[in-house]
Write a protein of this length. Structure first.
Length: 148
């Protein structure tokens, strides 16, 4: 069994995929919720370190500045990719997270695609197309969770 990080830009589908993986009985942590991200926008490092030390099998989702500090503790870092137009359409219409509705936030997302996405991709072990059906994406994450 393995630890897997699902990362990507806002609107890529991380939360949706993680929910589908949780429905299959896997332990999951969506770091957008539950106080995992500190006010400075970084993961709570002691808390994340404890999670990864305690759980041999877990799917974690999120995108934060300090996530790279944990890459060596994940067997797979999956980058969920979607074109900017898809990301912006999704953040405008989603109901589970208010981020991305303002013009300023959408401009930030566009900038992150240009500036941050290449950095995350460089550390990813697998890239998946976020436009694929959720069940297919969950299948791939599950395969990664079941691998050694």
């Amino acid at each position: 069994m393995a630890r897997v990080l699902v990362t990507g830009m806002s609107g890529a589908g991380k939360t949706t995929v993680l929910e589908a993986v949780a429905d299959r009985g896997f332990h999951t942590v969506d770091t957008d919720y539950g106080g995992w991200v500190l006010p400075d926008g970084r993961w709570d490092e002691p808390r994340m370190a404890e999670l990864l030390a305690v759980h041999d099998t877990v799917a974690v989702s999120g995108t934060v500045e300090n996530q790279g500090r944990f890459y060596d503790r994940f067997e797979q870092v999956i980058y969920l990719h979607a074109p900017l137009e898809v990301l912006l359409d999704r953040v405008r219409t989603r109901t589970n997270n208010p981020y991305g509705r303002t013009a300023e936030q959408q401009a930030d997302i566009a900038r992150y695609v240009t500036e941050v996405e290449p950095l995350i991709l460089a550390g990813a072990s697998l890239e998946l197309d976020g436009r694929l059906p959720v069940a297919e994406l969950a299948d791939r994450v599950e395969q990664c969770l079941r691998s050694d």
